[in-house]
Structure formats: C-alpha cells, structure tokens
Design a protein around this ligand. Structure first.
Ligand code: GLY
Ligand code: MN
Ligand code: MN
Length: 372
C-alpha cells in the first residue's frame, strides 16, 4: 500500500490561497485536520501558511502528535489558555494579513471570540471560507482509494455473515449488533455510521433506528451499513433482502429502484453533471408513479466522513472528475408499508466509472432463505 503524502496535500491547498484571497488558513474540521496531517485526535486546529504550518493542540495530544505527524510543528497549550488565543498568537507571529477560517466548522461563538482575540493581538483579517479543503477531498488519491476499497471489503464480509445466518426470530437490533461485530472481526474499527436495519414499515423510514421488529414480520428487510477501516475511511451500502413471499408491489418497487440506479450509474463519467445524473434516476422513479416517495438526494461523496461535500441532487452544481467516489442510492419509501433503497459505491474513472461494491443486487439475488 502506498502511504499518504500529507505535504503534497498541504501544497495543493496552499496553491489555492491566492485565488480565494487569503494568505493563511485555520482548519478546524477534525477530518480535514486528519486529511492534511494524519493526526487522529480532535479539539486541534491546523494553521497553514506558506512560511508556517502548525497544529494548535493541548497537552492531551502532545505525545500522540509527535508520533502521528512528526513533520508538523505542534503548539501545545495548557489548561490556562484557549485554542482561540493560541490561534491569534500564531497569526501574529506568522505576520499574516488575511486568514481564512472554515465557516462551516466554527461556531458563531468561537468565531466571535477569535475575532476579538485577533483584533487585540495583531489586527489581521479573518475571512470565511466554504468547502476549501472539502473540495480538495472530493478527489481521492491512491492511498485513499486503497483505504475505501478495504472499508468496502470489510463491510461486504460482515454482510455475508448476517445474510447467511438470518433467522425469522431475529430483531432489527439483533441484526445490527451482529453486523457491527462481524465487521470488527474482519478488521473494521467500527461501523461507518449506525447501521440502519428495517423490517417492512421500518424500511419505509430512510434513516430509521434499528428497533424490535422481527424478520418474520414482513418479507422486506432493508440493511444500510458500512465499515470504518483502520485509517478512518468509510464505506456505505444498502441492500434489501426478501425474506418471505413478496407482493407484486414489492417486486415493482424493487425493479424501479434498481432500474433507476443502473441508469444513473451508466451516466457517471468525468464531465457529467451531478444534477443531470440525479435527474435520470428521479425521472425513472417518477415515470413509475413513485415521485412523491423519493425525497432525498441520489448520492453523496464519502471518505473520512460518511457524507462529504460531493452531492448528487437537483440542487447540485458540481461535475464529476476522475478520482471522485460517490454513493448511488435511489429509494422508494411507502409509509406504513415498506421501503426499498439500493446503494452502491462508485469511483469515477478517466472514461466512466467503476462500481466498487460487489454485493449482488438483482431482485432474484435478494431472496434469502430464513431459518426458523
Ligand atoms: N447511511 C446513510 C446514507 O446512506 O447516506
Ligand atoms: Mn447508506
Ligand atoms: Mn449513503
């Protein structure tokens, strides 16, 4: 496996400063700090400028920082000062004039405190930035793609265990726990998010919490799950299993969702607009009469976070580029009855895309014999 090149990532970020009107940046998003340095802790900000790169942290992380990112200078504060004061002092000693901050990751209160501290320390300016590091993170490097592929493999192996041991008496919560522990058995550091396990009417809630419904209560079992691997990268899949005799409506909904997903995936390539791909799937679901029952976006980027900034929805103004990874997850949810979502992870290649997830998704392949 190739290792991550943090210096190169920071170099790419620095090259964007002039175009957005800053000479330095305070990165406060935990996953962006990790992406740029390898540091896995929290509560720490990264100050990036052409002449000085420094992590602003506290004594809890002093030893960890030295081990995880020895190439980055660390300023460690004790309990008597705040990260805000440390940031203001760092800006002054770096002699910077216009520092960007991450508008989506700094609370209003912290921003106010930072402004006051900066004014009394140096008089430099603070400029809100939106999505600066996140946009860079949309295109994955080789190391990241290896990690994502591993997170997918772990998730798929965990699912295999669940699928082959399904019982009529199992509850959604039983399945959740088995899935989580199976993914750990295969090397996962944990689930990528709380697995969504829904039987029948629960499956009609797109982000349901697993509860006490039993597999035997309804032929539809929806499982939306993913793993986080050792390097912090995630996967995100959804499958519907048919655990009993399906009605005609279940089959129709399933085939509609699968057809929409297939058509959307076929349209993903560099230069394709995310909104157009969303429209393809949404149009097919509408043509089948289920327009009202598909309310969420078609997919999202993922990586260190389960939802990253790339979005496929009618509101998106983004285009695909090689190296982006995105979920494709149309769904139809019939309240009180059941829901079907099929979700795969797709890599944009130089001339199209590659579906990274391999769990079968044909309707015939969704049938599973359930033990009593
Ligand atoms: N598991 C959450 C999602 O599919 O976006
Ligand atoms: Mn999902
Ligand atoms: Mn998803």
């Amino acid at each position: 496996m190739s290792g991550p090149n943090y210096e190169q990532r920071r170099g790419r970020l620095l090259r964007r400063f002039r175009e957005v009107g800053i000479d330095s940046l305070l990165v406060s998003s935990v996953s962006s700090v990790r992406y740029l340095t390898g540091f896995t802790g929290d509560s720490s900000w990264l100050f990036v400028s052409p002449g000085l790169t420094v992590i602003l942290s506290d004594t809890r992380y002093e030893t960890q920082l030295a081990a995880e990112c020895p190439d980055v200078r660390a300023e460690i504060r004790d309990a008597g000062s705040t990260v805000v004061e440390l940031a203001a002092r760092t800006m002054r000693s770096a002699g910077v004039r216009q520092t960007g901050f991450e508008a989506e990751h700094l609370t209003w209160a912290t921003h106010r405190a930072l402004q006051v501290a900066v004014e009394s320390a140096s008089g430099g300016g603070l400029l809100p930035m939106t999505g600066l590091v996140e946009r860079q993170r949309e295109v994955k490097d080789r190391f990241e793609l290896e990690q994502i592929r591993e997170a997918i493999r772990i998730a798929e192996r965990g699912f295999g265990v669940v699928r082959s041991s399904l019982r009529a008496t199992q509850t959604e919560t039983d399945i959740r726990y088995l899935l989580e522990s199976s993914m750990r058995d295969f090397g996962g550091h944990g689930p990528a998010f709380e697995p969504i396990i829904g039987v029948g009417p629960t499956a009609a809630l797109p982000h349901a919490h697993a509860g006490q419904r039993r597999v035997s209560e309804h032929p539809v079992l929806l499982i939306d799950w993913g793993a986080t691997n050792a390097a912090g990268y995630r996967s995100d899949l959804t499958r519907v299993l048919i655990t009993g005799k399906p009605t005609k409506q279940i089959e129709r909904v399933y085939q509609t969702v699968l057809g929409a997903q297939r058509a959307a995936i076929a349209a993903i390539r560099p230069g394709a607009r995310c909104a157009d791909v969303d429209r393809i799937a949404r149009g097919m679901i509408a043509d089948a009469g289920f327009e009202k029952f598909f309310g969420h976006g078609l997919g999202h980027g993922f990586g260190l976070d389960i939802h990253e900034s790339l979005r496929m929805s009618p509101l998106s103004n983004q285009e695909f580029e090689p190296g982006m990874v995105v979920t494709v997850e149309p769904g139809v949810y019939l309240p009180g009855k059941f829901g079907v979502r099929i979700e795969d992870d797709v890599l944009v290649t130089s001339d199209g895309c590659e579906v990274l997830t391999k769990v079968p998704r044909e309707f015939e392949e969704a049938f599973v014999g359930v033990l009593a």
